[in-house]
Design a binder for this molecule. Sequence first.
Ligand SMILES: C[C@H](C(=O)O)C(=O)SCCNC(=O)CCNC(=O)[C@H](O)C(C)(C)COP(=O)(O)OP(=O)(O)OC[C@H]1O[C@@H](n2cnc3c(N)ncnc32)[C@H](O)[C@@H]1OP(=O)(O)O
Length: 566
Amino acid sequence: MDADAIEEGRRRWQARYDASRKREADFTTLSGDPVEPVYGPRPGDTYEGFERIGWPGEYPFTRGLYPTGYRGRTWTIRQFAGFGNAEQTNERYKMILEAGGGGLSVAFDMPTLMGRDSDDPRALGEVGHCGVAIDSAADMEVLFKDIPLGDVTTSMTISGPAVPVFCMYLVAAERQGVDPAVLNGTLQTDIFKEYIAQKEWLFQPEPHLRLIGDLMEHCAAGIPAYKPLSVSGYHIREAGATAAQELAYTLADGFGYVELGLSRGLDVDVFAPGLSFFFDAHVDFFEEIAKFRAARRIWARWLRDVYGARTDKAQWLRFHTQTAGVSLTAQQPYNNVVRTAVEALAAVLGGTNSLHTNALDETLALPSEQAAEIALRTQQVLMEETGVANVADPLGGSWYVEQLTDRIEADAEKIFDQIRERGLRAHPDGRHPIGPITSGILRGIEDGWFTGEIAESAFRYQQSLEKGDKKVVGVNVHTGSVTGDLEILRVSHEVEREQVRLLAERRARRDDAAVRTALEAMVTAARDGSNMIAPMLDAVRAEATLGEICDVLRDEWGVYTEPAGF
Ligand SMILES: C[C@H](C(=O)O)C(=O)SCCNC(=O)CCNC(=O)[C@H](O)C(C)(C)COP(=O)(O)OP(=O)(O)OC[C@H]1O[C@@H](n2cnc3c(N)ncnc32)[C@H](O)[C@@H]1OP(=O)(O)O
């Protein structure tokens, strides 16, 4: 790009920056020297390919979504939390909010994640262990007791039974007297990554996608700020994928949901802002920063050029980041604070919109209160002390980071080609039921291609660890330690007994005939193709349980078994 064009861009950015709201804060170095809100080429310099880098707040958004960067608003501190019953988790949420957490993020227990009630025999021993147990709308009400749902953005990490759980959240809001139309938050919902990596699906892919389409329709029509999908690379990465695979599979999944919305006749400029993303921040500092920058650029280009999005908001890739669980070690666990801080810094320098920092004891158990506080404070140290929120995309223009960003983008494009080809082979006539990328994803799920590719990468990494080419302190290098024992959070089995008792009590109190009628209406909608959200909401209002709702759908649609692959 020539010097005049660069200067013109700078003036455009400056005008938008001047017109934007900034935080009341001291934007100088620790020594008191002023810093600019963003840096670019020196006036008069040319820069080959600068249109791929650009200025913050404008296409292709490599340098961030807002002209102000974090000067307008810092990232949301969103700590993923949940354990025991709704009452215990409600206490933890109040602690997080009082300590300065910016939003809530619900972790559910395994039975809930699999759409089973706490008294299901398969739930035995799991209730309340890896997250909070939610059986019906009454639990959801307790979970958010004294937390105004209209004011706090809430993320819920659940995908198989995402839609019934979302209905419980809407009913909890109704019972608080909050108009569901004003709700703002995120539901994970992303089912592709369940088949690819995390394995918590309920049905075959097609009915899952149909339900997700219903959810997208419902939110686009009536809950404009709500993000019904958090397209997740985190689990793909944690399963052993490389950075480029994480990026490419996740964005391809995102394209799949765009195709789903379009196949429903929805307007991409209306529904695309409801697609948000979730990535891992692993320990290779620069590679991660490059991944985040490439993610924004690729998404904006595909949304504009392939799917026809016209507005900035529809081209924006907004993402949450969690530091890498797999990078934590059980050995010398205090070192995990350092790893997490480095990973969190990569997320921030990559322009994350929201961030969870892991607690140092998470390889061993759910975080203790003390470990959870250190994790939260890690973000606050970055945000308040280090000056990283003063300048947008401070690594923009670094030869290393720019070239890594280009390389990871090119790698992702190669993977998109592979996915597209698989789709073509699945439908050689070019008639894709949802869209070409979706066909490729579904084929790759059904024939085990994604899981095979990830397993291959995980294997290669493990070999390099065992050979000692890659090093992990405390594990294959510097192994002696004098650090002491940790306090471990243990969830009492009493939680399960109490939850089962409560559930029985609620079942005895409700109007069973109303539950049955509502469930039947839901099955009718499942069969006739009408949107299932309204009848599901009725079932939830009648206090139908999560297991009951999912069971009738399992009966209707059947369950999914993945292909065996070695
Ligand atoms: C591993 C584990 C497991 O499986 O077990 C998991 O999955 S845990 C998975 C946990 N997942 C999560 O926690 C997902 C979290 N995701 C989210 O919270 C969302 O989807 C998100 C990534 C879009 C972040 O949403 P957020 O509300 O926190 O933040 P936003 O970036 O949207 O910012 C809030 C509002 O401020 C505005 N805003 C932000 N920055 C600026 C700025 N500089 N200038 C002007 N406005 C700004 C935004 O446009 C938005 O307004 P407006 O709203 O008007 O646009």
